[in-house]
Design a protein around this ligand. Structure first.
Ligand SMILES: NC(=O)c1ccc[n+]([C@@H]2O[C@H](COP(=O)([O-])OP(=O)(O)OC[C@H]3O[C@@H](n4cnc5c(N)ncnc54)[C@H](OP(=O)(O)O)[C@@H]3O)[C@@H](O)[C@H]2O)c1
Length: 284
């Protein structure tokens, strides 16, 4: 079975559009997301453009604050302070990575936790850890919504997460634990990775390594979530997108898998919208 993230994203975005309309009726304004983009990184520009288009699609008003690559730490901090005070702004997103020489963590930490739709501040990560979540990191939150949509049973199942980043692996493991999975977390220092992933009824691969795992890494009828996304050059000069999993080997072997593209990717932006709306509703 293909776990179609594009489809789940569409269903959720339709619901979000209705909720945004209801929010506007109640508050007299639209939910507001501010995106801070520092520098000219082409990939970041595309991501920001996509986020703004997605906001427009569901009825979230968005503002973009563009700063030059030479902006100082203090200049970006000033921008965040102003947006923290702005009553029309419910979510502030600092697009990462920042240009060289700038430190991301002290800046993301300045974002008011009740305006942090990426769920990246320590406050929001801590809330997830103690079981009182506010904004949940968008990619793992999106994975949970895909599992929920396809009614994949979680309770009592063994979930293996490959990767322990702050933004994907750790919150992913926490969410699966909260859903009563038994959770194993693997990372680059784990010995014999495949012996661990083979234990998983559900395996979430977020290692950032193109086509790292194939058929020998998964037990029969596992559910595989491929978070990785990489653009590889082909011999004929064209490019193709691949994940962290060699999906072509898994046909007829695993029970379900997210495709790349069209799996986890579309859910990440959708959950950014959902987090922004949730924060806006809490601001009423
Ligand atoms: N589709 C989406 O919307 C979306 C969103 C976010 C990220 N992504 C993609 O997901 C992937 C992961 O993102 P990330 O931000 O979590 O990456 P990251 O910060 O680079 O973290 C990668 C994690 O994988 C672990 N790892 C690396 N090589 C490994 C190996 N050979 N075996 C086992 N573990 C290994 C690392 O271990 P250590 O901690 O030991 O270094 C680290 O914890 C990337 O491909 C990224 O592009 C996609």
């Amino acid at each position: 079975m293909i776990l179609d993230g594009k489809l789940v994203a569409k269903v959720r975005r339709d619901q979000l559009a209705q909720r945004c309309e209801a929010f506007k009726k109640k508050s007299g304004r639209r939910p507001g997301l501010a995106v801070i983009l520092v520098g000219e990184d082409p990939a970041s520009q595309v991501y920001v453009r996509n986020k703004i288009a997605a906001c427009n699609e569901v009825g979230i008003s968005s503002v973009e604050r563009r700063l030059s690559a030479s902006a100082t730490q203090e200049k970006i901090a000033d921008e965040i302070r102003a947006l923290n005070e702005d009553k029309n702004i419910d979510g502030i997103l600092l697009q990462l990575p920042l240009p060289k020489g700038l430190k991301a963590e002290p800046l993301t930490e300045m974002i008011r936790p009740d305006k942090d739709p990426d769920g990246l501040t320590m406050d929001n990560l801590g809330r997830l850890f103690v079981g009182r979540p506010r904004a949940i990191s968008c990619t793992p939150f999106g994975v949970m919504k895909i599992l929920e949509h396809y009614q994949i049973p979680l309770e009592g199942r063994h979930a293996v997460v490959v990767g322990r980043s702050q933004i994907v692996g750790k919150p992913m493991a926490q969410l699966l634990l909260a859903a009563n999975c038994t959770v194993t977390i693997c990372h680059s220092k784990s010995h014999d990775l495949e012996s661990l992933t083979l234990l998983g009824d559900i395996v979430v691969v977020a290692a950032g390594r193109p086509e790292l795992l194939g058929k020998s890494a998964f037990k029969k009828d596992a559910v595989v979530i491929d978070v990785g996304i990489h653009r590889l050059s082909k011999d004929d000069g064209t490019t193709k997108l691949v994940g962290d999993v060699r999906a072509q080997e898994l046909d007829g072997w695993v029970k379900a898998i997210t495709p790349v593209p069209g799996g986890v990717g579309p859910m990440t932006i959708t959950m950014l919208l959902e987090n922004t709306l949730n924060l806006a509703e809490a601001h009423l």
